[in-house]
Each structure stands twice: as structure tokens, then as C-alpha cells.
Ligand binder design. Structure first.
Ligand code: NAD
Length: 282
């Protein structure tokens, strides 16, 4: 095994949805280990998502933190649903850095809604970002990686990518889709030195989970539910007795899958979900 602190020296990593949450955690971990970064975020709210998304200030803060670690960063306000914009970002990174070696298709949104009230906006936003956005990311980085004969791609599914839950029709559709799509692309790129793997997080401590809208959806019986009211319910989704995990736990799996030495691991799903997948997957 190489030195953990220099494992990504000379590498360039693209992380989508990097303004905050898991995306920021992954980006900083790559920077700490020597990589230069390409980061993007939509930096805008949208009708089908009932909580605030990342902001331009937060994306700028991620970039500042990367630079503070002595690494270079290209940072852009790009919505992963916009394939030409994503392709332009990758082209700019290939021009300025010479190569993009790693991509983490992390940008995602949650839209909980009973099927009787499931609006077109929720479906469009959730599937548009979580499935089409991940496809666009794969499509933007794959040509350059295949041509150069090297790449490590990680897509982000969820424990709901292999299970189901009420109010999650769009989200489960998108996250099941990410797994099938990623495995297909893993096969396609198997002859090119490019691996494609999937992480499937459980409840992770980011604003996607820790927001009032989610609290109210889980506890409609309460006027102003708090974290303490929802934690026991969220905890039941896991097998281990823990309601929520730190983003750093997902980052550890991302670092493992994107390591140069993980050359012959492709098409797998790593759950980081306190044992939730024991109930749904072989
Ligand atoms: N938090 C959890 O419990 C959990 C569980 C399972 C899977 N996930 C997945 O992990 C990933 C990261 O989520 P998080 O927990 O860090 O949430 P988060 O809301 O804190 O961060 C997501 C970031 O992605 C950005 N984003 C959303 N749509 C975008 C788009 N179309 N283009 C560019 N950027 C976009 C947001 O602005 C935000 O900054 C998502 O794919 C999510 O579905 C999260």
C-alpha cells in the first residue's frame, strides 16, 4: 500500500455537488492526499426540492479550503442536468490540467412525496439530477478516460438504490437506476483501464437529511418536529443502532474505490449504511 497522504498526487478529481455535504468531504479528502480538483454545484434551489440546496458561497468555500491545502481547483456553477455545460467543464479541466483521472458523480436531491401528491416537478428534479445528471457525468468523463487508458469513476446511489420506502417513488427509481447504469458502463469500459463503482450511503449527516421539511414528512403528527423526534425512525432503516453517519465514512469508501491500486474492482456496490443492505441484498 502507498503512503495514504500522497495516494492521489498527480491525479485530477472531478466531484459534482461539491458545495457542501458529502461532495465537499470527498473533494477535501482528495486534496489532502495530493489531487487537484474540479468541482461544481448547481448553486440554486428548485421547485421540486423542498429544502435549500448548496449556494455559490458554499462552493467558493469548498474551493478556498482546497486551495488552503495547497492544491489547484477549477470551480464552476454547473447543473449536472446540463450535459453541454458539464462537457465544457471537463474539456476545460483537460485543457488546464491535462487529464481528469477520477470522477465522483455525487450531486443528488431528495424529493419525498406520496404517489397521490407526487408532482411532475418532484419527478423531474429527482430523476433529472440523480439519474440523468449521473449519466451526463459518466458521458462527460468517459471519452477522455478511455482515450488515456485510465480512470476511476464512482457514482452515488443510496440504501434506497436496492430497497424501497413509501414516499420515495422518484428517489428509488433514480437510485436503482444509478446501479444498473453504472454496472453497464463498468462492463463497457472494462477494456479501457477505467473502473466504475457505486457507493450506497445510509442516512448521512448533511442538509439533505437534517432539514425541517424531512422532519415534517417523517413526523406529520407533530407541529414542529425536531431531530430527536425523527432520529429513532431514521435509525430503524439501519441495522446497527445509529441514526446517522458522518460524510467521512462515505469518503473512506470513495477513496478506496478511486485508489490507483483498486484497478480490478469494477461494477461493485459498497454500502455505507450501518448494515441496512443486510436486509435487501445478497
Ligand atoms: N444524506 C443522505 O442521507 C444520503 C443517503 C443516501 C444517498 N445520498 C446521496 O449522496 C449524494 C450527496 O448528498 P448529500 O447528502 O451530500 O446532500 P446535500 O444536499 O448536502 O448535497 C448535495 C449537493 O448537490 C448539489 N446538487 C443538487 N443537484 C445538483 C445538480 N443537478 N447539479 C449540480 N449540483 C447539484 C446541491 O446543491 C448540494 O450542494 C446525493 O447523490 C444523495 O442522493 C445521501
Amino acid at each position: 500500500m502507498g503512503n495514504e497522504n500522497t495516494a492521489f498526487e498527480g491525479k485530477v478529481a472531478l466531484v459534482t455537488g461539491a458545495a457542501r455535504g458529502q461532495g465537499r468531504s470527498h473533494a477535501l479528502a482528495f486534496a489532502e492526499r495530493g489531487a487537484d480538483l474540479v468541482i461544481c454545484d448547481r448553486c440554486a434551489d428548485t421547485a421540486g426540492v423542498a429544502y435549500a440546496l448548496g449556494t455559490q458561497e458554499e462552493l467558493a468555500e469548498t474551493a478556498r479550503l482546497i486551495e488552503g491545502l495547497g492544491r489547484k481547483v477549477i470551480s464552476a456553477k454547473v447543473d449536472t442536468q446540463d450535459r453541454p455545460a458539464l462537457e465544457q467543464l471537463v474539456a476545460r479541466a483537460e485543457e488546464e490540467f491535462g487529464h481528469v483521472d477520477i470522477a465522483v458523480a455525487n450531486a443528488g436531491v431528495s424529493g419525498m412525496s406520496p404517489i397521490t401528491e407526487h408532482s411532475q416537478a418532484v419527478w423531474d428534479d429527482v430523476v433529472g439530477t440523480n439519474l440523468t445528471g449521473v449519466f451526463n457525468t459518466l458521458a462527460a468523463v468517459a471519452p477522455g478516460m478511455a482515450q488515456r487508458g485510465y480512470g476511476r469513476i464512482v457514482t452515488v446511489s443510496s440504501m434506497l438504490g436496492r430497497s424501497s420506502a413509501p414516499t420515495q417513488a422518484a428517489y428509488t427509481a433514480s437510485k436503482w437506476g444509478v446501479i444498473g447504469m453504472s454496472k453497464s458502463v463498468a462492463q463497457e469500459l472494462a477494456h479501457s483501464g477505467v473502473t466504475v463503482n457505486i457507493v450506497a450511503p445510509g442516512n448521512i449527516d448533511t442538509p439533505m437529511v437534517r432539514n425541517d421539511n424531512l422532519f415534517r414528512t417523517i413526523r406529520p403528527d407533530l407541529d414542529a418536529p425536531t431531530w430527536d423526534d425523527v432520529a429513532p425512525i431514521l435509525g430503524m432503516l439501519h441495522a446497527q443502532p445509529v441514526a446517522i453517519l458522518d460524510p467521512a465514512e462515505v469518503t473512506r469508501a470513495v477513496l478506496f474505490l478511486t485508489d490507483e491500486a483498486s484497478a480490478h474492482i469494477t461494477g461493485i456496490v459498497i454500502p455505507v449504511d450501518a448494515g441496512a443492505a443486510t436486509r435487501t441484498s445478497a
